[in-house]
Design a protein around this ligand. Structure first.
Ligand SMILES: [Zn+2]
Length: 232
């Protein structure tokens, strides 16, 4: 059922506890493009599904590195959506499970956060396991100390999820009485399957620029997330 922006704002304000499930649309107002929708850029070269895969990381590390560097937007700042979510967390139980790898929910100060696909800003050396500052990774993908390959701590195509991540995400989805899907068409597995972990009483609200398809009763606002969060 479609509801108004005002009704969505009220639902968020009145909920006792909320879990936000967020996607790329939450970060586009910060100037972070959604690489999945930037089809033009990939004309004539491989799809991002390959460039962001464990196969590419292992077999064509230079190609991987060149591509992954284009995903960093270190000067991007949290927008009204990130900020209001962080503020809500101070007044009631709020969890965020995000598909985004841009670190903007942390930057906004959210504490109860599950970065389901990891973060570009958590880098480590594959050889010695040491944590490496992302600034260093952007200069070279070879670890100065040991010569090993550095990589970002994101979940690549072809890689599995850790039990810890899955467990935390399920718990976050299960505890709240309102689930709010924001800025995602909600089609990427297993992220979109998390909805089945909600508790029976929980209501579902989706805020997205285009309708989303989930096989359960939910309310929907066809809008950019920022137009809703500006009014919170
Ligand atoms: Zn190393």
């Amino acid at each position: 059922m479609e509801i108004t922006i005002q009704a969505a704002v009220q639902k968020i304000q009145e909920a006792k506890s909320i879990t936000f499930l967020t996607g790329a649309g939450v970060s586009t107002p910060s100037g972070v493009p959604d690489y999945r929708s930037l089809k033009g850029i990939y004309h004539g070269i491989e799809a991002p599904e390959y460039l962001l895969s464990s196969d590419c990381l292992n077999q064509e590390p230079e190609k991987f590195y060149t591509f992954v560097k284009t995903l960093y937007h270190p000067t991007a700042e949290p927008n009204v959506i990130h900020k209001k979510m962080a503020v809500l967390e101070r007044s009631k139980p709020v969890w965020i499970v995000s598909q985004n790898i841009d670190g903007l929910h942390q930057a906004a100060g959210s504490q109860h956060l599950v970065n389901f696909h990891g973060s570009l800003y958590d880098c480590y050396c594959r050889k010695c396991g040491q944590t490496v500052p992302w600034q260093e990774y952007l200069k070279s993908d070879r670890h100065e100390n040991c010569g090993g390959q550095i990589r970002p701590g994101i979940v690549l195509y072809g890689e599995g999820f850790t039990d810890d991540t899955i467990r935390q995400a399920i718990q976050a989805v299960n505890v709240s009485d309102l689930l709010v899907i924001v800025g995602t068409s909600f089609q990427v597995h297993p992220f979109c399957d998390l909805i089945y972990e909600k508790n029976e009483k929980a209501a579902v609200l989706a805020i997205n620029r285009t309708p989303i398809h989930i096989p359960m009763l939910h309310e929907f606002v066809e809008a950019d997330g920022s137009t809703v969060f500006e009014q919170l």
